[in-house]
Design a protein around this ligand. Structure first.
Ligand SMILES: Cc1cc2nc3c(=O)[nH]c(=O)nc-3n(C[C@H](O)[C@H](O)[C@H](O)COP(=O)(O)OP(=O)(O)OC[C@H]3O[C@@H](n4cnc5c(N)ncnc54)[C@H](O)[C@@H]3O)c2cc1C
Length: 370
């Protein structure tokens, strides 16, 4: 009899797991049902920059996961034949105001390049050269161009991955589900047993684990970003994404669109209301680089909820106490980068079994669950 797998959550982790369960050898024999209620999903609200290589985070496990995650996305883009409005390798430019900081970052980029061929070429650019590559900037700063950097549209990516898996072995249900104390899915009409359940529910993991008496060390963080309408340069579709100092990134899209994000609001947790204060704050950041922007340029505001673990690291794997359950959460601000790899690892362990060693990517799962 075919094995039955449920996935709870249709963000980047759940959708990637579903895609790999349909496309890895042996996966198509499994019958998969994905439940997603979609509210607050970080994936569809995300900015979409994939460029982990110049991060100064000292956490080596996170770096390894993010680096291999960026490579997984490149392969996925080819394998799933993703259009450039879903995944586009435009390169990224990381700018610094301080000359020494920029020099140090360039040295780091050259060091990391040796161990990360998918990072591509690295170039040191003057402010004028940055402006030539991104003509929509009026106040450019010197920076480093990394050709392997990419932008993705998280919402469009999960839609495409789910559509491809639905042609093989996936059924998608847009509904909220709960678990009972034994790990069965609980519906108003009764419970349903699955051989395996992947819980890819971002910061909502604790709601699902509560009936099992398990608490995960994960908390919600509200993130808001704005989309602006800007002059449409002929090169805009291929313009790199800009990552200045701080948390505000610039992502030019084709057809005169620009995304600026994002905020990081720990106090607002699961609140999904866009606030004018956050919009103004993002606009002020945008004006520092493109001084012609005004509130009239803002065309859309998006809000999503990130999941953070206590040490800001993703965690994923099989629960020892309930071996039919696999969890993934805590992807934080870089989950579009790490999510597809986590989805692939979880799908692989369901198809091929065994107890894989992921200690190069994460601390033991038990560190995050009590
Ligand atoms: C504003 C913003 C900007 C970002 N920018 C970037 C970026 O530039 N680069 C990058 O790499 N990352 C970025 N991120 C981070 C990234 O988006 C997240 O880390 C990643 O999308 C998390 O994916 P996930 O699948 O774990 O969770 P999610 O995408 O949040 O998906 C979880 C899903 O589970 C569903 N769910 C929960 N509970 C249930 C239930 N009981 N029943 C049914 N469904 C349920 C939710 O509705 C949701 O759809 C950004 C995030 C935000 C918010």
């Amino acid at each position: 009899m075919n094995e039955k797998v449920a996935i709870i959550g249709g963000g980047i982790v759940g959708a990637s797991a579903a895609y790999y369960l349909s496309s890895l050898p042996g996966g198509s024999q499994i019958s998969v049902t994905l439940y997603d209620d979609g509210a607050g999903q970080a994936t569809k609200a995300a900015a979409g920059i994939i460029s982990p290589w110049l991060s100064k985070r000292r956490n080596q496990r996170w770096y390894q996961l993010a680096k291999d995650g960026a490579t997984t996305l490149m392969t996925l883009a080819r394998q799933a034949n993703l259009a450039t409005d879903i995944y586009h390798q435009t390169g990224t430019i990381i700018t610094r105001t301080n000359e020494k900081d920029l020099h140090d970052l360039y040295v780091l980029a050259q060091e990391r390049q040796a161990d990360a061929p998918d990072m591509g070429d690295v170039e040191l650019l003057s402010a004028k050269e940055v402006q030539q590559r991104m003509p929509l900037l009026t106040n450019p700063q010197p920076g480093i161009f990394v050709s392997g950097g990419a932008r993705i549209d998280g919402g469009a990516l999960v839609t495409e991955l789910l559509a491809q898996a639905q042609r093989v072995n996936l059924t998608v249900k847009h509904e909220r589900v709960n678990l009972d104390g034994d790990g069965n899915l609980q519906f108003p009409t009764g419970k349903q047993h699955f051989d395996h359940v992947i819980i890819a529910a971002g910061p909502w993991l604790n709601d699902l684990l509560k009936p099992l008496g398990i608490k995960a060390a994960v908390r919600p963080q509200k993130g808001q970003l704005i989309e602006l309408s800007v002059p449409d340069y002929s090169t805009q579709e291929n313009m790199p994404a800009l990552m200045p100092e701080g948390e505000r990134d610039f992502i030019p899209l084709g057809y005169g669109k620009l995304i600026v994000g994002a905020t990081h609001d720990d106090e607002a947790g699961f609140n999904l209301t866009a606030t004018p204060e956050a919009t103004q704050d993002l606009l002020n950041s945008a004006k520092q680089f493109a001084d012609y922007l005004t509130a009239d340029n803002v065309t859309k505001v998006k809000v999503g909820t990130r999941a953070y673990s206590t040490d800001f690291s993703p965690f994923f794997g099989r629960l020892k106490s309930h071996p039919q359950l696999l969890v993934a959460s805590g992807l934080g601000a870089s989950g579009l980068t790490t999510g597809p790899l986590i989805g692939r690892l979880l799908a692989g362990t369901l198809i091929y079994g065994g107890t894989p060693d992921w200690s190069n990517y994460e601390k033991p799962l038990s560190d995050y669950l009590s």
